[in-house]
Design a protein around this ligand. Structure first.
Ligand code: PXP
Length: 238
């Protein structure tokens, strides 16, 4: 059974469009858990374009919600994270002008800072994951940096599948990375751009423990509701 992390950033996007309180990401987190989510993911971006500091505070204060916080490898954000003590942290690259997280971390350029952050998180007993492109070299670097988990950026394979293009070589690359990481004792997660079809294909890979899915779940919920959408993903994860 693959665990399903539901990313609720876009509930905050809808709320912020009106500058008022509705829909409330905290309520969405509770409801998503009730519908079968295994954890809730939020990304506190440097520009606070969706999730705000008060959302993090409110969601993390409810200890019944297993919280996965996505954040840039940034010391200011780290300080905020430590104050709120999420259960898990996923370090992601962040660019101001991107629409969404465009690729995995550059572990060569940022290794000293990332190592320092992982050290702090380990000391605080927060499970750390690194969002990386499907590359065995990055898995090796993640191991050297002491990360507990990696999350494979599935944006490329998701796009290929959506556009009905040849995706098998990207899939082979992902399978190789999953095996390599598992052999090194690293837990593997996957996320970005996933829909039912991508999830079905990736769920066949042995060794992936968690999916983190956001945009498609919130979008599909407009038509079928969060409950039904999470239920379909849970049946794929089984
Ligand atoms: N995992 C990570 C690390 C991400 O940065 C994102 C996007 O915020 C997701 C998963 C979810 O991606 P999507 O919203 O495309 O499902």
């Amino acid at each position: 059974m693959i665990r399903l992390g539901v990313n609720i950033d876009h509930i905050a996007t809808i709320r912020n469009a009106r500058g008022e309180d509705h829909p409330d990401p905290y309520k969405a987190a509770i409801y998503a858990m009730k519908c079968g989510a295994d954890s809730i993911t939020i990304h506190l971006r440097e520009d606070r374009r969706h999730i705000k500091d008060f959302d993090l505070k409110k969601i993390s204060s409810n200890k019944k919600i297993p919280l996965n916080l996505e954040m840039a490898a940034d010391l200011k954000i780290l300080k905020i994270a430590l104050k709120n003590k999420p259960n898990f942290i996923c370090l992601v690259p962040e660019k101001r002008n991107e629409i969404t997280t465009e690729g995995g971390l550059n572990l060569n350029n940022n290794n000293i800072k990332i190592k320092k952050i992982i050290n702090v998180l380990n000391n605080n007993k927060i499970r750390t994951s690194l969002f990386i492109n499907p590359s065995t070299k990055d898995v090796r670097l993640s191991k050297d940096l002491n990360a507990d988990c990696i999350e494979i950026h599935t944006g490329r394979i998701s796009n290929l599948i959506k556009k009905n293009k040849f995706y098998k070589s990207e899939l082979r690359k992902i399978i190789k990375v999953v095996r390599y990481a598992n052999n090194l004792g690293i837990e593997v997660h996957a996320g970005h751009g996933m829909d039912y079809k991508t999830a079905k294909i990736l769920s066949k890979i042995k060794g992936i423990k968690e999916f983190n899915i956001g945009h498609f779940i919130i979008g599909e919920s407009v038509f079928f509701g969060l409950k039904k959408t999470i239920k379909v993903f849970k049946s794929i994860c089984r």
